[in-house]
Design a protein around this ligand. Structure first.
Ligand code: ADP
Ligand code: MG
Length: 525
């Protein structure tokens, strides 16, 4: 489609375009355009001290006849009328990006399509003031010179050089996760600082960006209708100390959406240690009619029809990804084995575990078709009980009641969750209904007191599960061990306990074979 001015009626309906206020804002407009032009190789060059930015792409190029409109206000090839807003497939659509850049810089374009190859320059109103034939590789190179030269105040108040570079690096990381098959390269002052080669899939892209992890640390899942596709870090192996690795894309555009981000957090609820945050990249593929992109200047926030439905799908897809039991090779043994043998990454297959014996009255040794596994009995049981409490919060009457010393707020906490309390004196209460798990336990009183300290039901369930789970040091007979292993394998998240501690340590067949050098033919075994 050729570049044309939008009608006044359409312009009136568009949210104001974003102000160009940083190097990253320029890069975003330019990379959006490159991706819209179908480019799959994009290089960003920054010369921060010269206030110069350049984006090179191998996209469709710009036809010569379009150059005149390129940097005018509200001129675009991506939208014709209001109706098109409902069927957007491009990252840009307001026709304002290059115009707002031209206003604050000297804009230069080199471009080549199948018919011509040109160089063009623009003045600060976005008028074409030079267009000449010039050699150029297929695609487009846009150079922004002298950014903010005429806005000295903006230059002065801009974040420092390091922060500007960091913002651009993070931005490219976002694009790289949105478009895993593309090549993205960043060079600062001519030196390449980041090069992300085309990856075969999202999982491989994540590993390029988190090289300290390997494929066993991640899990991929897709919802049955293919609308939700995600890659996540298994909570016991791959998490963050800050909430900086939750990425949400709709039709490959990075967005922020409070409700959907909470859905992601909810999917990981009680699987991570306190103070740890998930690694999760969610791609939503939605019909463009259900998304309103025209909400926010940077198109970062969108309005969605049926948010609840999408949120529920995200939670379910994360749940499916976490549920699967697939042990990974234990890293240290692998390293030992690798020292002499070639390392072939293999994914051990899961299967039903058979309890063999108990070690130190603490670990259950279990066998599965792909190897062995040590399961810590307390945390495994804690996970089982916690999920059972989540599924049903059973309260039962007791007679005689339990006498408990509680502050008013502690009493409130218990009453809020349905425990029946009766005032018996200053700070003294009679408890007449308690969680079934505490029934008949000697430490019932202590358990209730502990629960009362939490205002939140989830925290209460965790405390209760932890208190009532089989203690380490308790001997178990074979039937009880097997029962525990079976129940644990059926949990929603068999990887970590509700505090985020790992539950099992696997040892796969492949590792054992490598460790014992079973491929060496020495004694004919
Ligand atoms: P928008 O992206 O909203 O259309 P812009 O001002 O960013 O507005 O770009 C105006 C037009 O310039 C685009 O619609 C597109 O046709 C053309 N264009 C900009 N950058 C490129 C590029 N790298 N390759 C091909 N065409 C481009
Ligand atoms: Mg644009």
């Amino acid at each position: 489609m050729a570049i044309e001015p939008l009608s006044e009626e359409t312009v009136r309906l568009l949210a104001a375009g974003e102000v160009i206020d940083s190097l990253a804002a320029v890069v975003r407009e330019l990379v959006d355009n490159s991706l819209d032009a179908g480019a799959d190789r994009i290089r960003v060059n920054l010369w921060p001290d010269q206030w110069r930015i350049q984006v090179q792409d191998n996209g469709s190029g710009i036809p010569e006849a379009d150059l005149i409109w390129l940097a005018h206000s509200h001129t675009t090839s991506k939208l014709r009328n209001v109706r098109d807003l409902q069927a957007l497939h491009t990252l840009g659509f307001r026709g304002e990006g290059l115009h707002s850049i031209a206003v604050v810089s000297d804009l230069e374009v080199h471009t080549a399509d199948s018919d011509s190859s040109r160089r063009a320059r623009y003045d600060h109103e976005g008028n074409l003031n030079l267009s000449e034939s010039a050699a150029a590789a297929p695609g487009t190179v846009i150079t922004v010179h002298e950014l903010f030269a005429r806005q000295p105040v903006r230059r002065r108040f801009l974040a420092d050089r390091r922060q500007q570079i960091r913002q651009v690096t993070q931005l490219l990381q976002r694009y790289a996760l949105g478009f895993p098959g593309n090549l993205f390269e960043l060079a600062v002052d001519g030196r390449v600082t980041q090069k992300l080669w085309p990856a075969p899939g999202l999982r491989e892209r994540v590993l390029q960006l988190l090289p300290q992890h390997d494929e066993h640390d991640l899990r991929e899942a897709t919802s049955p209708d293919q609308q939700v596709r995600l890659v996540l870090g298994l909570p016991d192996r791959c998490s963050r100390s800050r909430s900086d690795w939750v990425y949400l894309f709709i039709n490959r555009r990075f967005i922020r959406h409070l409700d959907l981000e909470s859905a992601i957090q909810k999917g990981f609820e009680r699987t991570l240690r306190r103070g740890r945050y998930p690694v999760c990249i969610v791609h939503l593929t939605l019909p463009s009619q259900v998304v309103d992109w025209n909400r926010h200047p940077a198109k970062l926030e969108v309005q969605l029809a049926q948010t609840d439905l999408v949120a529920a799908q995200i939670v379910a897809t994360i749940g499916n990804a976490l549920r699967e039991f697939a042990p990974r090779p234990a890293p240290d043994l692998l390293r030992l084995a690798e020292a002499n043998a070639g390392y072939n990454a293999e994914t051990p297959s899961g299967g039903l575990l058979k309890a063999l014996s108990q070690m130190q009255n603490t670990y259950i040794l279990a066998e599965y078709p792909g190897g062995l596994c040590l399961v810590e009995q307390h945390v495994a049981h804690e996970r089982i009980l916690f999920e059972a409490l989540e599924a049903s919060w059973q309260l039962v009457p007791i007679d005689p009641p339990i006498v408990l010393e509680l502050s008013d707020s502690e009493a409130d906490h218990l009453q809020l969750q349905g425990l029946e309390l009766e005032a018996f004196g200053p700070r003294t209460w009679l408890v007449r209904r308690i969680p079934e798990l505490l029934l008949g336990r000697e430490d019932c009183q202590a358990g209730l007191k502990e629960m009362a300290s939490y205002p939140d039901l989830q925290d209460m369930r965790v405390a209760l599960a932890c208190r009532t789970a089989i203690r380490n040091g308790t001997p178990l007979d074979p039937a009880r061990m097997q029962e525990l292993i079976d129940q644990w394998q059926r949990t929603r998240n068999p990887h970590t306990c509700p505090h985020g501690r790992p539950i099992y340590m696997p040892l796969t067949d492949g590792e054992l074979a490598r460790f014992f050098r079973r491929r060496w033919h020495i004694c004919g075994s």
